[in-house]
Design a protein. Structure first.
Length: 83
């Protein structure tokens, strides 16, 4: 698994590869017209913003702080991640 800093500077294609191969899906949420999918890499979290209207990924965001998890706090238990 690559570090969060390397992930943040990676190409869009590389980020997609990492999400598909090296993460665990946790949950999703709706944000306006987009769907946001939350993944865990083992060391940090990754959000994939997807537009059903345009059928494409709009953005991929990585974070490793509790602040980024606030939108998901009522939707999921993170106990199984061993954090």
């Amino acid at each position: 698994m690559i570090s969060i800093d390397d992930f943040r500077t990676a190409s869009f294609e590389r980020k997609c590869d990492v999400v598909m191969a090296d993460t665990t899906f946790i949950t999703s949420r709706k944000l306006g017209e987009a769907k946001v999918y939350l993944y865990h890499s083992g060391h940090y979290f990754i959000e994939v913003y997807y537009s059903p209207t345009y059928k494409k990924v709009l953005m991929i965001n990585a974070f490793d702080d509790a602040y980024g998890l606030e939108p998901y706090a009522e939707m999921v238990s993170l106990a199984d991640l061993g954090l």
